[in-house]
Write a protein that binds this ligand. Structure first.
Ligand SMILES: [Zn+2]
Length: 396
């Protein structure tokens, strides 16, 4: 019988990440960074960003994305496309700013009265849709509409309200005084990361990884001969549906491997078999582990807001080990499948674990509420993968 109780015997799944080629990567980062800096003259490089208020740390999005003329408001940053804005360079430090969920333009109000609300408009209105961006001494930005030049009115969270630290507060034009953070903004690169980033943030540097090859060759699940008595859990040459869980998200295709030299190799066995095969001394409670090796050829290092950085690395090869317990009372085919999907997630570049501990998060660390035969990534997990591979595409 399946029940919730038995799932409590599940334990942490971890990824072991190789540190091979770390020092060469650091050296390459220095070269690449200076090359990027010399390549641009923009205050804000044209691209997609979250606009995050310095006072409330909330981001701008449409009040009603379906409505032309909608006001905009501040909300908690989630990575939703409604919160992503395309900055289009016009001239000098002037930009047009377009919402990526509905392609409408961030538009200054007609009225010059303080606290008039900013809207999103379908029509092209040059006199109200150019924004002059100024970087302040604290590194943050001030945004002023072209029709407010000569005044102190800037883009700001409506501060006529008592408490502005809640979602849904309108974005207005407001008289700016120095060091007033509600009129200051972070412009954070939205093509890379979202608020869920905190889950992958671990001190100063967080690693994420991707494959620079398409397709990826995968060696089907190989089972230690001593474990073959449980083919229902690990049928030979299985794990094809499992890998597709991630491949479908990022459009990555796979080829079937047979040689033993494949990009990703997946092995299954009991604890002793996996320790022997991997050469690792593993915690006996693990359900699986993945060893990623990284290519030393490219290492991309990006700022994330101003709270940290990410280290984006190319994976050269990965090996997933699935530890199963053929005689245990608390182990079944669904748990095995979950473990395979989870470890392939690590192999595909998901470093660390999902913050989402509810049932359904495939990359959560402690699956004590494992769903039965429902294996769909959360939106956050899917977004994380897409961002990693979008970055790869943009880097070429
Ligand atoms: Zn894990």
């Amino acid at each position: 019988m399946r029940n919730v109780l038995k799932k409590r015997f599940l334990y942490l799944l971890v990824a072991l990440i190789s540190i091979t080629a770390l020092l060469p990567c650091i050296a390459l980062f220095s070269i690449r960074s200076s090359a990027l800096e010399s390549a641009t003259n923009y205050l804000i490089t044209p691209g997609k960003y979250n606009i995050i208020n310095q006072d409330t740390l909330k981001t701008i999005d449409p009040d009603d994305p379906a409505v032309n003329g909608s006001i905009v408001e501040q909300v908690t940053l989630t990575g939703n496309n409604e919160q992503v804005w395309q900055f289009i360079h016009v001239s000098g430090d002037y930009y047009k700013i377009k919402n990526m969920a509905n392609n409408r333009w961030l538009t200054s109000p007609v009225s010059g009265a303080e606290y008039e609300r900013v809207t999103l408009e379908t029509s092209n209105i040059p006199s109200r849709q150019k924004w002059k961006i100024t970087q302040l001494s604290n590194g943050k930005y001030r945004l002023q509409a072209i029709n407010r030049e000569g005044t102190n009115l800037v883009l700001a969270v409506n501060s006529s309200l008592f408490n502005i630290n809640v979602d849904g507060i309108d974005i207005t034009q407001r008289d700016y005084t120095d060091a007033e953070e509600r009129g200051e903004w972070r412009i954070a690169n939205a093509t890379l990361w979202n608020a869920d980033d905190s889950a992958y943030y671990n001190g100063a540097v967080v690693n994420a990884a991707y494959w620079d090859k398409k397709p990826i060759s995968v060696l089907a699940l190989r089972i230690a001969s001593s474990q073959i008595q449980n083919p229902a859990y690990f049928p030979p040459n299985s794990a094809w549906a499992e890998r597709a869980v991630w491949g479908n998200i990022i459009g990555m295709t796979f080829t079937n491997g047979i040689s033993g030299n494949e990009d990703i190799q997946i092995y299954g066995g009991d604890y002793n078999s996996v320790c022997y095969k991997s050469g690792l001394t593993l915690n006996i409670n693990l359900l699986g582990t993945t060893v990623n090796n990284y290519s030393g050829s490219t290492n991309v290092y990006h700022n994330y807001n101003d709270t940290g950085t990410k280290n984006i690395r190319k994976i050269s090869d990965s090996t997933c080990y699935i530890i199963f317990k053929p005689t245990g009372p608390n182990y079944d085919a669904d748990i095995a499948k979950f473990s395979i999907i989870h470890e392939i997630g690590h192999a595909m570049g998901y470093t660390g674990h999902s913050p989402n501990t509810t049932a359904g998060a495939l990359m959560r660390a402690d699956p004590t509420t494992l769903p039965e035969a429902v294996f769909t990534p959360t939106a956050e997990e899917a977004s994380f993968f897409k961002k990693i591979y979008d970055l790869y595409s943009s880097e070429g």
